[in-house]
Structure formats: structure tokens, C-alpha cells
Design a protein around this ligand. Structure first.
Ligand code: FES
Ligand code: MG
Length: 592
């Protein structure tokens, strides 16, 4: 448990700046930190040294705002008697990084671990925002286990397009359809997409960024109310200041991630994810954070706790609104309060405030019911992720909150077999193959087809691509069929409202069952038994497995090769497997 006696433990930064056993090294450490104007009193005075892990940069626009917010964080740290030292970690820009930003989550994680472990830092402010920046930061803080607090950069302002809301990512999927149908030209397409990004900040939909920042708050790792404040609002700067102040107190109290990110906290986050309509990337990231924390938490927890939780938040892609409305309605605290009242959360878990979750929520008012529903009057019942298995893979997930009525009516409402769909597989070898062939009339896509994409997992792509939400051919769209069932070993954007079967593990590139599939095979999806099966005899599958040869992996960079050699499946977090063995690294060094 955290030791609340202020200043009763020796700060680890003293090993650098005040080491009586080694005055020579102390002098060397001190002199170089003096040369940007710090005084000896500041650096040697026994004040906590607080790192600000900076994820913003010119090439990471979603988090760039943190470069400005850091000024307020520094002031907060100073006001509370700490010394701030800001440092960069490897940038991750979801929309800009090729082949995919997912490749870089584990690289940013490694870089953060090295900094936190190797430099004189007593506590750290994790600046989060764009999708993978939040899990990367929390994974690093978990491994090193020094006092840490999350500061979200906040979502962009709401976007507007011709008098209606235009949400990050979600508008892209819509614009692509309109463009494919010939209803808008390229200029209109560009204008429509850009309308969703009116200010600094991360995606304003409940995509992976807003979802992961919300779950960081649900875990107890940020101050209450932090996640939802839009980036340009004055409250964001105030939150930055409060976060800076609080981390200094956390260092004095030695309140560490292991005190907060417990098994119960992860279980709370699963429940929160369902109520938020959070991104299908969340299970992957939360499992990765838990593994680096050494906490038992896996897909079984998501299946056990999530499916019966209702959707409470009316935010795109599962609902209507965007980040500003969510913030004004009460944000994450209002959602957590509703879940706590319904008996769905463990209120005894510790948080960065030094108080329990229940204590934090005591004075929180009810949410605005238009945006955050009461538990008894949800937007949708049973809205969590469903975990699927079958004869093609060990696990995959489907986000049920985005299965809309049209899709249900078309594919799942056979009165003899409700929630069961059977169709012909159309198999693509990756997004390039999909784009090259989807409009080919000889492809044979029918109204009862399943679009399958493979070689898009952590090893295959590499990093795992957000591509499973494939849209039907344009001719089909024009006939009014807006979606087909899709299945793949990649992921999909958290901003997509597509009810895809995702994150299939193991992936095709390492010999998972999708590698054996051929176009024309019949696939049966049964949501009642949570199974996806190819309707082939086991002997045929065995023969295909015999004939299968692993694809030759084409590494473009050194990191791609290192990553592919160490990464595990999405179902267990897509972690660098050897890294998950390094728990509590400061303890093993005798530092805590
Ligand atoms: Fe960065 Fe969505 S692309 S937050
Ligand atoms: Mg994404």
C-alpha cells in the first residue's frame, strides 16, 4: 500500500544528485543539469524530480498541444515543490505512420522504460492522447512502477459539416462510401474529411484515443474528469496544472501504479468500456498494460464482464454526439457514477487522488441524460465486446454496440436461427489486395458473402493494420447494402461503426487458421455459441495445414525485424513477449 507519510522515503533521484558514496559521479550528474540554468539548490535540495513524458511533436499533431500544456504542468509541479524535467518519447501518430502506428506502441513503450529507469526521475506525468500514446505510456509506467499520472491532451472541438456533426474517422468511412457511389467528388471528399478536425486535440469521436483516455481515468490513473475536457478549453490548462501539482504529492506518498492498476481496476475498465461504446482496440491495449503490471487480466475477463453491460454514452461511432457534448454532459465521472450506482464497479480501488474511486465520485452530479443515459434507460442493452472462437482461430472480438438494426435484419434475423449467419468467404491477402480486387465483377461477392482479410496481424503487416472494416463493392453500396460481415486478423479503427470480427488470433502469418481459408469456403458465424467455423471436414483442414508454408517476411527496417521476432498475438495484447517478464524493474534493482 502507498505510504502516505510525506517525505518518509528517500527519493531515487538522490542516487544521482546526492550520493555520499560517490561524490565524483554526483558532481558530474549535477553539473550537467546546472547548465540550463537550474541552481544547485534546485537540483540537490531534495525536491522530487518530475519527468514530463512528452508525446507531442510536429509529426504527432494529435498530441502537439501537449507542448503548450507542459507549461502549465511545469507550473503545477513547481507550485507543489517539485522540479520538472520534460523529455520526449518516441512519437506515435495514428494517421501518419507507415506501415502502421501499431508497430510503434511497443517501441515508445521501450523508450519510456529506458528513460524512467535510467534517469533521475522520481515521478512522471504521462502526456497521452492519440491512440497508442496512452497504452504505450501506461505500459512503460507499469514496468518501471514509479509514481505516474496521466494527463490527456483532450479531444478536438466538435466538427461540423453542412449543419451537422462531423466526427473524426467516422466521417471518413461515410465520405468514402459517398465517393465510391459517385455522390461527391475528390474536393468535396477532402473538405468533408477535414471538417471533422477543427482544432488541436485528438479524435473527437469515441475512437481509440477518447476510449483509452477514458479507460485511463476509469483505471484511476488520471485525475477525475481529465479525459473528456476538449483540448482548447480553459479547463484543460487547469487540469494540466492540477496534474502537475498532484504528481509531486504522489511522489511524497510513494503512490505507485501497482497501488492503482490492480486486477479490480482492470475489471472496472472493462465495464466502463462497454458503457462508453469504446474502441475495439481497447481489449488489446488494456491486456498489454495489465501484463506489464503483472496483473492477471485477459480476454476471458472481457467476455465475463462486458457483454451484459448496456451502452450509456450516445457518442459516435455507436451513437450521435462528439467530445464537447460528452464533456458538458459530465464526461467519464458521470458514466462511472452511473455504473457504480448500478453495482457494476468496485468502488474501493485506489486512484491517483489518493482516495478510492467511490470517494472521488461522491460529489459528482448525474450526467445530462441526453448524452449519458441512466443505467436503467440505456441506449442499447448488452453492449460489450463478445469474444469468439471456432475452428479457424483461438479468439477474436466483435463490438456489439455497433451492430445496427439494418445489419441485424439483413444477416442475423433468420427466425429459425437467430444470431446465426452463413455465407461464402471472399478472401483478401491484405489491404492492397482488397483495394485492387474489390470492384472486380468476377470476384463473386454476393449479398450473403463474408469478406475476409488476412496477413494483417502483428507479424503479418507488421504491427497489425486497421483494415478489417472493409466496405462492399460500390455496386452493392448503390443497391443499399452498406455493410457485409467481415472477418480478419487485423484490427479496425475505433472510429468505425462496422460490426467486424477482429483481432483474430493467432494470425495467418504465423499459421493461424485464416491462412487455410479459400475463396468460396462457407463460413458460419453463430453469436449464440460465440463461434466462427469454416464448414469443412477436419481432414481437409489438416491437408491444407500440411501444404501451408509460412510467408517470407519482408522487413523494411531493423525495428520491423526485432518486433516480428518478439511480438505475441493481439489476443494477449500484442506485447513484446520477452518484455513482459520485466516486472517492477526498480525493485529488482533494490530501489523501491
Ligand atoms: Fe490521433 Fe485519432 S488519429 S487521435
Ligand atoms: Mg486507430
Amino acid at each position: 500500500m502507498a505510504n502516505e507519510n510525506s517525505g518518509s522515503h528517500r527519493l531515487r533521484s538522490r542516487r544521482w544528485f546526492d550520493n555520499p558514496q560517490d561524490p565524483g559521479m554526483t558532481a558530474l550528474y549535477v553539473e550537467r543539469y546546472l547548465n540550463f540554468g537550474l541552481t544547485r539548490e534546485e537540483i540537490q535540495g531534495g525536491k522530487p524530480i518530475i519527468g514530463i513524458a512528452q508525446t507531442g511533436s510536429d509529426i504527432a499533431p494529435c498530441n502537439r498541444h501537449h507542448l503548450d500544456l507542459a507549461t502549465r504542468v511545469r507550473e503545477g509541479i513547481r507550485d507543489a515543490g517539485g522540479i520538472p524535467l520534460e523529455f520526449p518519447i518516441h512519437p506515435i501518430q495514428e494517421t501518419g505512420k507507415r506501415p502502421t502506428a501499431a508497430l510503434d506502441r511497443n517501441l515508445a513503450y521501450l523508450s519510456l522504460v529506458e528513460v524512467l529507469h535510467g534517469y533521475p526521475i522520481d515521478g512522471v506525468v504521462l502526456t497521452t492522447g492519440c491512440d497508442k500514446t496512452t497504452p504505450a505510456c501506461l505500459m512503460g509506467a507499469a514496468t518501471v512502477n514509479i509514481p505516474a499520472i496521466v494527463l490527456s491532451g483532450g479531444p478536438m472541438l466538435d466538427g461540423w459539416w453542412h449543419g451537422r456533426l462531423s466526427g473524426s474517422g467516422t466521417i471518413v468511412w461515410e465520405a468514402r462510401k459517398l465517393h465510391a457511389e459517385g455522390k461527391i467528388d475528390y474536393e468535396q471528399f477532402m473538405e468533408m474529411v477535414a471538417s471533422s478536425a477543427p482544432s488541436v486535440g485528438h479524435c473527437n469521436t469515441m475512437g481509440t484515443a477518447s476510449s483509452m483516455n477514458a479507460l485511463a481515468e476509469a483505471l484511476g490513473m488520471s485525475l477525475p474528469g481529465c479525459a473528456a475536457i476538449p483540448a482548447p478549453y480553459r479547463e484543460r490548462g487547469q487540469m494540466a496544472h492540477a496534474t502537475g501539482r498532484r504528481i509531486v504529492e504522489m511522489v511524497h506518498a510513494n503512490l505507485r501504479p501497482s497501488d492503482i492498476m490492480t486486477r479490480a481496476a482492470f475489471e472496472n475498465a472493462v465495464v466502463a468500456a462497454a458503457a462508453l461504446g469504446a474502441s475495439s482496440n481497447c481489449p488489446i491495449h488494456m491486456i498489454a498494460i495489465a501484463r506489464h503490471m503483472g496483473v492477471a487480466h485477459d480476454l476471458d475477463d472481457w467476455q465475463r464482464l462486458g457483454p451484459e453491460i448496456p451502452l450509456l454514452v450516445d457518442m459516435q461511432p455507436a451513437g450521435r454526439f462528439l467530445g464537447e457534448a460528452f464533456f458538458r454532459a459530465g464526461g467519464v465521472p458521470a458514466v462511472l457514477k452511473e455504473l457504480l450506482r448500478a453495482g457494476r464497479l468496485n468502488g474501493d480501488v485506489m486512484t491517483v487522488t489518493g482516495r478510492t474511486l467511490a470517494a472521488n465520485l461522491e460529489s459528482v452530479p448525474d450526467g445530462d441524460r441526453e448524452v449519458i443515459r441512466a443505467y436503467e434507460q440505456p441506449l442499447k442493452e448488452n453492449a460489450g465486446y463478445v469474444v469468439l472462437g471456432g475452428n479457424l482461430f483461438d479468439n477474436a472480438v466483435i463490438k456489439t454496440s455497433v451492430i445496427d438494426q439494418e445489419f441485424r435484419d439483413r444477416f442475423l434475423s433468420n427466425p429459425a436461427h437467430p444470431n446465426v449467419f452463413e455465407g461464402k468467404a471472399i478472401v483478401f491477402e491484405g489491404p492492397e489486395d482488397y483495394h485492387a480486387r474489390i470492384e472486380d465483377p468476377d470476384l463473386g461477392v454476393e449479398d450473403q458473402s463474408v469478406l475476409v482479410i488476412r496477413n494483417c496481424g502483428p507479424v503479418g503487416y507488421p504491427g497489425s493494420a486497421e483494415v478489417v472494416n472493409m466496405q462492399p463493392p460500390a455496386a452493392m453500396l448503390r443497391r443499399g447494402i452498406s455493410a457485409l460481415p467481415t472477418l480478419g486478423d487485423g484490427r479496425q479503427s475505433g472510429t468505425s461503426g462496422s460490426p467486424s470480427i477482429l483481432n483474430v488470433s493467432p494470425e495467418a502469418a504465423v499459421g493461424g487458421g485464416l491462412a487455410l481459408l479459400k475463396t468460396g469456403d462457407r463460413i458460419r458465424i453463430d453469436l449464440n455459441t460465440r463461434r466462427v467455423d469454416v464448414l469443412l471436414p477436419e481432414s481437409e483442414l489438416a491437408a491444407r495445414r500440411q501444404a501451408w508454408t509460412p510467408p517470407k517476411l519482408d522487413h523494411k527496417t531493423p525495428w520491423e525485424e526485432i518486433y516480428r521476432g518478439m511480438v505475441g498475438p493481439l489476443g494477449t495484447g500484442g506485447c513484446l513477449e520477452p518484455a513482459t517478464l520485466y516486472l517492477n524493474v526498480l525493485e529488482t534493482r533494490g530501489e523501491s
